[in-house]
Design a protein around this ligand. Sequence first.
Ligand SMILES: Cc1cc2nc3c(=O)[nH]c(=O)nc-3n(C[C@H](O)[C@H](O)[C@H](O)COP(=O)(O)OP(=O)(O)OC[C@H]3O[C@@H](n4cnc5c(N)ncnc54)[C@H](O)[C@@H]3O)c2cc1C
Length: 393
Amino acid sequence: MTGADKVVVVGAGLAGLRTVEELRARGFAGSVTLVGAERRAPYDRPPLSKKLMTGELDDTSLRADLESLRAEVLLGHTATGLRPGTLSTDAGDIGFDALVLSTGATPVRLPGPGPQHVLRTADDALALRALLSAGTTLCVVGAGWIGAELATAAVKRGCRVTVVEAARAPVAAAVGPEVGAWTAAWYAEAGVDLRLGEPVASIADRGVLLDNGEWLTAEVVVTAVGVRPAVDWLAGSGVELDNGVAVDGQLRTSMDGVYAAGDCASFWSARYRRRLRFEHWDVALHAPEVVAAGLLGDSAAYDPVPYFWSEQFGRMVQYVGWHGDADELIWRGNPGDGRKWAACWLQGGRLVAALTVSQPRDLLQARRLIEAGRTVDPARLADPAVAVRDSVG
Ligand SMILES: Cc1cc2nc3c(=O)[nH]c(=O)nc-3n(C[C@H](O)[C@H](O)[C@H](O)COP(=O)(O)OP(=O)(O)OC[C@H]3O[C@@H](n4cnc5c(N)ncnc54)[C@H](O)[C@@H]3O)c2cc1C
């Protein structure tokens, strides 16, 4: 789209802020309005379950100079509806030539009347941190990335932590049970009681009721079972929704002049020949470059090799690629020793994804091979004495 004079961005998280920054960096001189439901200026979420939760950090703000970006910023205001050319908000209607949807995602909650914490916003994190002190009994529902990171931080604060997970392995939904299972020992090593294969029926006052009828007492309960794209307000607007806002390879929605980026957008990937939606910081950081380019008339495409990281139980876990169509799994190093290893997925002999544990160099080299679509020799890839880049076969 060219000739936009007035751009409105909905959602003042990383993707929203980055969109404004990219527009200005590329010389956009028109007006920009940033509408965000939270009252806080844009901030970073990854530290909320890490350094902010342990108390090493209090403020994760992105330190954006909104004044020099010459953006009209409407914080504490929610978009409620959309029709071509007009965004409805609780502060009234706002007209636009182009609109960017970057409303992120909202945590899933479980049934039950009990006080149920979630961890998505800075306010969530600060309220939760204030409850976690030495001896506090904490039950985390969900052994995904955030559950694992929260358990790590809570142990550091001296809490007694139980993590209850419906699947047979931690992080199974993200990396599969075979790989996720090797992280289970990390919980025990940290003194966390990990209960696998135990779905929670409901959250009550001072505890959770399991599907099997068992009661677990806890002073604080946090539900960390995943998020849903924050797009309910778009129902009936004419913008196509499909696991979030459906966008094409250039991040354009089905409505003329409307784009989407970040956790709320499911984009068409030519690389993987399917629609994909990631909840990764890296996507919120880089997808706005493509949105801004598109708004200024350039036809750039967004088709990354996805990347994310997680810091848990003293380990840096990194994942690059996408293993959805992989047909072979190679272990590099011994996952049983717990400290440093990697899992590498191949498809037709090509490296397509890698998860590394405290092996940043392996991750970087794997990323290059994945981007280049290189085939590898499985035996060399499995040998930690051979550099990943030298496993090309
Ligand atoms: C605790 C935590 C730890 C994480 N750790 C990692 C990590 O280690 N590695 C990693 O890769 N990723 C991590 N992530 C994920 C990463 O932070 C997200 O992918 C990223 O924040 C997505 O950015 P976004 O701008 O798309 O959405 P968000 O950051 O969710 O921002 C969206 C904003 O839009 C607002 N909004 C929603 N609806 C409306 C509306 N109708 N009107 C106006 N405003 C609205 C929301 O209030 C929110 O402020 C973590 C996330 C969390 C919560």
